[in-house]
Design a protein around this ligand. Structure first.
Ligand code: NDP
Length: 297
C-alpha cells in the first residue's frame, strides 16, 4: 500500500482563506478588525523566525498584528504589567507569549496571567480544564491542526483506536483530549510505555509527538492506519548540510499506512493557520457574534 499524503500546506491555505473571508465580514458588517498580540522576550533565533512568520500571516488574512519585543532581562513584574495592559485592550482579541521564556521568568505564572478568553495558544489552566471536561475552550494550535486534518480525511473519528505517542502539555495531552472528544478510543504512550511497537500496532490513528527523529517506523504501523507526524527535527545529511525530518520514518511508514502527513508540509503549516483560526474565534466570542464553522474543536 502507498499512503495518501495529507497535504498540510494546502489544508492550511484553505484554513487561512476561511479566516480571511470571516475577517472581511467582521470588518464590513460590524466594523471590527481582529487583533493578535505576540510577545517575544529575548533574541532566540528560532522564536524570532516563528514570530515573524506569525506576524506576516496575521496581516495577510487582514487582521491587526501587534508585536511586543522585550529585552531578555525584563522582570516578571514588567512582563505581567504588559499582559495586564493587553488583557484590558479591546482591540487585542488574542495574546500569545512566545515560549520558551528565559529561565528567570515563571512560564506558568505568565501564561496564567493572560485573560483565558484571549489565550489563543490554549495553554491557560482554565482552557486546559475546559478542554479536559469537554467544554468550549481555546484549543492548543498544533493538536487543533491535527484534529482538523483527521476530520477532513476520515469524516467521523468515532470508535477509531488512536495512539498518541508523547504526553507533553502542548501536544500529546491536548491531542488525546481532542481525540477523546471525537469518540476515539485513546491510548497515550510515553517514554515508560512497555512494548511501544505493539501498542502502536493497535492504532487506526497514530500521532507521533516525541521529539525523536524518525523513531516511529513502518513495522509498528497497522496496514491502512493514518499517521500524523508532529515532529520537527533537523538532522545532518551524510553528504553535509541538514534536513528536516519528523518523529516518524516517512518512507517505511508511508509504505504501510493508509494516509500520512509529510515533514515538512504536514502538521507544521497548520499550527500558525490554527493560531489565526483561534484569534477569529476569540474575536467572535468577545463580540457575541457567531463563530465561523469548522475552525475550532
Ligand atoms: P516534549 O519533549 O515536550 O515531549 C516529548 C514526549 O515524547 C514526552 O512525553 C516523552 O515521554 C515522549 N518520548 C520521548 N522519547 C520517547 C520514547 N523513546 N518513547 C516513547 N515516548 C517518548 O515534546 P513536544 O510535545 O513539545 O514536541 C514533540 C515533537 O513535536 C517535537 O519533535 C517538536 O519539535 C514537535 N512540535 C511541532 C510543532 C509543530 O508546529 N508542528 C509544535 C510543537 C512541537 P516522557 O513524558 O515519558 O518523557
Amino acid at each position: 500500500m502507498t499512503a495518501t499524503v495529507i497535504d498540510g500546506k494546502a489544508f492550511a491555505a484553505t484554513v487561512r482563506e476561511k479566516v480571511a473571508a470571516h475577517v472581511t465580514r467582521l470588518k464590513e458588517e460590524h466594523g471590527i478588525t481582529p487583533g493578535l498580540a505576540v510577545v517575544l522576550v529575548g533574541e532566540d533565533p528560532a522564536s524570532q523566525v516563528y514570530v515573524r512568520s506569525k506576524g506576516k500571516q496575521t496581516v495577510e488574512v487582514g487582521m491587526q498584528s501587534y508585536e511586543f519585543k522585550r529585552d531578555i532581562d525584563i522582570t516578571e513584574d514588567e512582563l505581567l504589567a504588559l499582559i495586564a495592559q493587553l488583557n484590558a485592550d479591546p482591540s487585542v482579541h488574542g495574546i500569545l507569549v512566545q515560549l520558551p521564556l528565559p529561565a528567570h521568568l515563571d512560564s506558568d505564572l505568565v501564561i496564567n496571567a493572560i485573560d483565558p478568553a484571549k489565550d489563543v495558544d490554549g495553554f491557560h489552566i482554565s482552557n486546559v480544564g475546559l478542554l479536559g471536561t469537554g467544554q468550549k475552550s481555546m484549543v492548543p494550535c498544533t493538536p487543533l491542526g491535527c484534529l482538523m486534518m483527521l476530520r477532513d480525511h476520515h469524516g467521523s473519528l468515532s470508535g477509531l483506536n488512536a495512539v498518541v505517542v508523547g504526553r507533553s502539555n502542548i501536544v500529546g495531552k491536548p491531542m488525546a483530549q481532542l481525540l477523546l472528544g471525537d469518540s476515539c478510543t485513546v491510548t497515550i504512550a510515553h517514554s515508560r510505555t512497555k512494548d511501544l511497537p505493539e501498542v502502536v500496532r493497535r492504532a487506526d490513528i497514530v500521532v507521533a509527538a516525541v521529539g525523536r527523529p524518525e523513531m516511529v517506523i513502518g513495522d509498528w504501523i497497522k496496514p491502512g492506519a493514518t499517521v500524523i507526524d508532529v515532529g520537527i527535527n533537523r538532522i545532518e545529511k551524510p553528504e553535509g548540510g541538514t534536513r528536516l525530518v519528523g518523529d516518524a520514518d516517512y518512507a517505511s511508514c508511508a509504505a504501510v499506512a493508509g494516509a500520512i502527513t509529510p515533514v515538512p508540509g504536514g502538521v507544521g503549516p497548520m499550527t500558525i493557520a490554527c493560531l489565526l483560526a483561534n484569534t477569529i474565534t476569540a474575536c467572535c466570542r468577545a463580540n457575541n457574534l457567531p463563530e465561523p464553522e469548522g475552525l475550532t474543536a
